[in-house]
Ligand binder design. Sequence first.
Ligand code: C2E
Ligand code: MG
Ligand code: MG
Ligand code: MG
Length: 294
Amino acid sequence: MESLVYNALKEATAMAKGHSDAKWSRRVWELKAAMSAEQFRVVYQPLLNLEKGELIGYEALCRGPAGSYFASPSVLFPLAEKAGLLYPLERQIRRKAVAECGDFLQDQLLFLNISPSVVKDPEFAQGNTRRLIAEYGLRPHNIVFEITERTAIHDFGSFRRTLQHYRKQGFQVAVDDAGAGYSSLQAIAELQPDYIKIDMSLVRDIDASPIKQALMETFVTFGRKIGAKIVAEGIETEKELRFLSQIGVDIGQGYFIGRPTPTGEGASAESIAVLAEKKTRGRPEPLHAVTIGG
Ligand code: C2E
Ligand code: MG
Ligand code: MG
Ligand code: MG
């Protein structure tokens, strides 16, 4: 009896494994096929200077083929990493972004997300991006490499050296998704980023949350002290935009300002109108005192 149960279990485990192996192989095969057919697209989301109401550039975001398992970058990149295809995939996306952005970029910035393992790759560091952008007439200063706070802080010592290396080559760097996890302001300061992109979890409904307001104001003060521009991402409403611009956040990004599109459409008329109107108003009153615990 015991061995019957044991055998049945063993068989079920082997079937499940076989099944997931087959699924895995199929996904990797599909990924390779999509890469060789160059089916990945890049969409561009505008970033707006909240003081002047001017477009400062675009963030390049990758999209897999519609309907595929890896249409979304949050599925795509972990899959590519596990399959050992991250480097060629990123290279393909970067080349595409740099080649396409010339159609709408006018001496503005192109923000490029870079995976941690690619950032530290010697081939990448030794200037293949510099050669790539030179080919398309862009200058390093127009490129901002985005590295997530999580990875930068996790492997802090080596990232600090790596980011310095890129800055010496003339590139700018941004710490992405800041404030989402366990932020270390000291570590961020030592990375000396040109931009700190605050995660959208701190932006959502900020107009109604005294704690988020306090955190965001802290980032604004901090950014001024260390010479980094503060970017708020994921701005979805007029209220959020109004509040963020009034407390001195430098740059905004989000659906209210503009969705990512293949042709790099600029900022929405609504968002520009909000900023124009703000100039005639003062600083917002704090909602109420922040009390934690009591
Ligand atoms: P991220 O760099 O933090 O990019 C912002 C994400 O928020 C994007 O999701 C964007 O479409 C989305 N977003 C922008 N505005 C709003 C908004 O107002 N509301 C909401 N709800 N979402 C908004 P996406 O394109 O799905 O990308 C997810 C993540 O995947 C990115 O987060 C980035 O870390 C990564 N990623 C995307 N493209 C690339 C790439 O080419 N290379 C690498 N290494 N990573 C990439
Ligand atoms: Mg990003
Ligand atoms: Mg981000
Ligand atoms: Mg984010």
